[in-house]
Design a protein around this ligand. Sequence first.
Ligand SMILES: NC(=O)C1=CN([C@@H]2O[C@H](COP(=O)(O)OP(=O)(O)OC[C@H]3O[C@@H](n4cnc5c(N)ncnc54)[C@H](O)[C@@H]3O)[C@@H](O)[C@H]2O)C=CC1
Ligand SMILES: O=C(O)CCC(=O)C(=O)O
Length: 421
Amino acid sequence: MPEDNLLDSALTRLDDAAKHINVDADVIEKLKFPRETTKVRLMIRMDDGSRKSFLAWRCRYDDTRGPTKGGIRYHPDATAEEVEVLAFWMTFKCAVMNLPYGGGKGAVQVDPRTLSKAELERLSRAYMQAFSRIIGPDRDIPAPDVYTNAMIMGWMADEYSQIVGQASPAVITGKPIALGGSLGRGDATARGGYYLVRHLARDLGMDGRLRVAIQGFGNAGQYIASLLASDGHKIVAVSDSGGAVQAAEGLDLEALQAAKSDGHSVVVTAGKNGHEAIPAEDLVGVDCDLLVPAALENMIHRGNAASLKARLVLELANGPVTPEADDILAQRNVVVLPDILANAGGVTVSYFEWVQNKQGYYWEIEEIHAKLRTIMEREGRAIWKLAQERDVTMRTAAYVHALSRLAEAIEAHGTQADFIS
Ligand SMILES: NC(=O)C1=CN([C@@H]2O[C@H](COP(=O)(O)OP(=O)(O)OC[C@H]3O[C@@H](n4cnc5c(N)ncnc54)[C@H](O)[C@@H]3O)[C@@H](O)[C@H]2O)C=CC1
Ligand SMILES: O=C(O)CCC(=O)C(=O)O
């Protein structure tokens, strides 16, 4: 099987989990295929008056446990297969966290950095127009992902409200606070991972000061850097799509964040503050205790897994470690805290946002942090115990944990009405 075939790779994790739990074959059959994937070509007017088209998708993978939920990605390499596998992971992620959602995901094949702000707004509104019959507050609820953000969610929420003729904030999460966004959604993905590492640190033998390398310095990467640094851990290397920098004594986070806010790569800080430029592909092998992949899929593969020095991997990205690399890391006793648990803080606070939108009453930040921490610790502990009892990796344990919830829901639904259009 080719290592980069995303859906096939993802399904091997389902097969592994199925060996450890007694589930009906019908359940596995249902989870092997996306329920629906819609593809459209969005046509927008560019600033120079010309028209340009972009491929876009929305996948609702499985809605047995509730409305489908998952982000929208803008990326030049986005494909239907990637959207489907991301939606598959959302299905399991929501089940891991016991959120009342199924899994979905969307994408536009575009490099948003090549568009003006006005073009980006037209594209985002066009996405919502094209998918407004699929999306809905009780049907399919998008959120931000790679190269999308609160501003884009705000435009989409506004477009949807115009289409349905009434304010409908619960249709999308990760919105600006002024449009019904939740406090705490901005750093939620990183914060969930941070609570998880803190909670399991002693069990993992990682309760000292850690040296941390972070691959990807966007939303998830920047926030995890700040959260870990605030506890005294040292960020020794970071990368982004433009390259990587390292400093054995610790990077200057303010300088890195200033470079990013000015629209530059982290590489522009090289040569100052003790920062040294390194090839981006070397980041995985940097000398550190904790490696945090926070960029894209398949970045740790059979070609570089043996070079890892870290003893712990916190997967803030979706699907950063291939199954082949998983085996290499397990043989080397490197613990991987898997994406469907480690980065689930984002969708958990999205769930809080949706609940607040529906009830029209908004919570304080302390309440959000406390609730997120409780859920991360509860599900993280359950998965840790399962991994110890069954002598399996944290990934397999997370899939077993999710699969048992999915199986219960699929069986409870019965078999006579599997397709409701
Ligand atoms: N934003 C969210 O709420 C959630 C995001 N995630 C996942 O976290 C990961 C990162 O997402 P965000 O931080 O939101 O995206 P972002 O768009 O804010 O940041 C992505 C970062 O990855 C970097 N990057 C891209 N290609 C790279 C490469 N080849 N090598 C190194 N860095 C590279 C970019 O330069 C950028 O710094 C993705 O896998 C996403 O699916 C998971 C759960 C929730
Ligand atoms: O916040 C959400 O609803 C989903 C975020 C997301 O796309 C993810 O967890 O990968």
